[in-house]
Design a protein around this ligand. Structure first.
Ligand code: SAH
Length: 223
C-alpha cells in the first residue's frame, strides 16, 4: 500500500497508465506517442473540479466556451502529425489553438526541438503558460497570443502544423507556411460535419487525405 500522502498522486498515475492501454487498444500504435501521453499529467491541465475525469476518454470544458480534446483525438492527431517519418523530420512544429496547453505538452514530451503554439484568448494563453511551467514542459515551446489563422510567417516554414480548432477552409497562410516534406493536420467543417484532414506538401504540390470524422470548436477567423 502506498503512504496516505501519495495515494492521490498514485491514483492519477494508475489512471494515466490505463488511459495509455486504452489508447493502444483503440489503435494508437506509435510508441513515441504513447510514451509522450503517458508522461504528461493531464489532470494538471484541467480545473480542479474536473481532475477525476481527466483520464477518461472524453473532452472537457476549459473555460470561455472552449474544450480540451479527448485523449484519443490528441493521440490520433499527434500520430498523424508524425506520419511514417522519424521524429527528426518534424523539427519545427506549429500548433493553432493552445487551449489549456495539453496538446503542446504532448508535443514537448515527444522531444520535438522547436514548438510554437498560438491562442487567441489571452486568459487561456496565460493559463496554458502556467500549466506548462508547473509540469516543467515549457522549455522548447513558445506560446503566442494572437490569431492562429495567420500562422507565424516570421518563423516559417514549419515541418508540422497541428490545427486544434475547425475552420471552414484550409487557412491559406498556414498552407504557405508549410515546408516541403511538411505536414498539416486539421479538422475542416463543411457546415454539416467535420472531418480530420492531412495535408502533405511535396515537391509536386499538396496532397490531401481525409481521415475520419471529428468534433472541434470553430477556428475563429480574425481576433
Ligand atoms: N489544443 C488544445 C485544445 C484546443 S480547443 C488543448 O490541448 O487544450 C481550441 C482552441 O483554439 C481554443 O482555445 C480557442 O480559443 C482557440 N482558437 C480558436 N480560433 C483561434 C484562432 N484564430 N487563433 C488562435 N486560437 C484560436
Amino acid at each position: 500500500m502506498s503512504p496516505p500522502g501519495n495515494s492521490h498522486w498514485a491514483g492519477y498515475e494508475l489512471r494515466r497508465q490505463r488511459m495509455v492501454e486504452r489508447l493502444t487498444h483503440m489503435g494508437i500504435r506509435r510508441a513515441e506517442v504513447l510514451a509522450a501521453i503517458g508522461a504528461v499529467p493531464r489532470h494538471l491541465f484541467v480545473e480542479e473540479a474536473l481532475r477525476s475525469r481527466a483520464y477518461d476518454d472524453m473532452s472537457l470544458p476549459l473555460g470561455l466556451g472552449q474544450t480540451i480534446s479527448q485523449p484519443y483525438t490528441v493521440a490520433v492527431m499527434t500520430q498523424l502529425l508524425l506520419g511514417e517519418e522519424p521524429l527528426s523530420q518534424r523539427r519545427r512544429v506549429l500548433e493553432i489553438g493552445t487551449g489549456c496547453g495539453y496538446q503542446t505538452a504532448v508535443l514537448q514530451a515527444l522531444g520535438l526541438p522547436e514548438i510554437y503554439s498560438i491562442e487567441r484568448l489571452r486568459p487561456l494563453h496565460e493559463r496554458a503558460k502556467q500549466h506548462l511551467r508547473a509540469v516543467k514542459l515549457l522549455q522548447q515551446a513558445r506560446l503566442v497570443c494572437g490569431d492562429g489563422y495567420l500562422g507565424l510567417p516570421e518563423v516559417a516554414p514549419f515541418d508540422g502544423i497541428l490545427v486544434t480548432a475547425a475552420p471552414a477552409q484550409i487557412p491559406l497562410p498556414l498552407l504557405q507556411q508549410l515546408a516541403v516534406g511538411g505536414r498539416m493536420v486539421l479538422p475542416l467543417d463543411d457546415g454539416h460535419a467535420q472531418f480530420l484532414w492531412v495535408i502533405d506538401k511535396t515537391e509536386q504540390g499538396f496532397r490531401e487525405t481525409c481521415i475520419q470524422e471529428a468534433l472541434f470548436v470553430p477556428l475563429v477567423n480574425g481576433i
